[in-house]
Design a protein around this ligand. Structure first.
Ligand SMILES: O=C(O)CCC(=O)C(=O)O
Ligand SMILES: [Fe+2]
Length: 201
């Protein structure tokens, strides 16, 4: 069942204490394929170590950071220093900025190589993102589930499949009240690239 018929307008997800907007086809499949192939090659993907409760683990995906400024971004006990934007990534940033009339400084890129790669429950609430941050998340390549859960009301959960070319915006009190994740899947899925645009103050 297609809950979200193709449209140029965002739909707002029915979540309390949150403002999450979703557009299924921000880029068409031709542009999405081009971007996936280009970014797969051009982005300097790396696998960082993260520290959780004093133990060191390899992050279960590859990441990279791009920014207009030199400001580092720290989360899960790692500090990333940004590279400069390149042409295609800059174009994606400005396409999204134009669509939602909001400017970003920084792009955190994620590469999920297989269904075994993931991104555990978290909020994007680091202090350098400021209060009630606006975060734009573009998906390219394989479709993966994006899950949300309310921090204090366990009856509030939401699951949405994010296909290639889709754009999700989290803003308002979303990070304050909700966590999100990309769970592992046993399905045989191909690679997925996710770009999250943020502003680092
Ligand atoms: O891959 C995704 O869709 C989510 C990425 C994410 O939550 C993050 O990088 O903070
Ligand atoms: Fe996140």
């Amino acid at each position: 069942m297609n809950l979200f018929p193709q449209s140029n307008e965002f739909i707002k997800l029915p979540l309390k204490n949150a403002n999450v907007l979703y557009l299924e086809q921000f880029y068409n499949s031709e542009t999405s394929n081009f971007l996936f192939n280009t970014l797969r090659k051009e982005i300097q993907w790396q696998q960082d170590n993260i520290k959780l409760f004093g133990k060191t683990y390899k992050q279960p995906r590859l990441t990279a950071l791009y920014a207009e400024n030199e400001k580092p971004y720290s989360y899960s006990n790692i500090t990333m220093y940004p590279e400069s934007f390149f042409k295609e990534l800059e174009q994606v940033k400005s396409d999204i900025e134009e669509k939602i009339a909001h400017k970003f400084t920084t792009c955190l890129a994620n590469l999920y190589r297989t269904g075994n790669d993931s991104n555990g429950w978290h909020s994007d609430n680091e202090k350098e993102l400021g209060h009630n941050p606006v975060i734009a998340s573009l998906s390219l390549g394989a479709t993966r589930s994006f899950q949300l859960k309310h921090k204090t009301d366990s009856s509030q959960r939401f699951n949405i499949e994010l296909p290639s070319g889709s754009l999700l915006i989290m803003k308002g009190t979303t990070q304050e009240f909700w966590k999100h994740q990309i769970p592992k899947t046993k399905k045989h899925v191909g690679e997925r690239i996710n770009l999250t645009f943020r502003t680092i103050l």
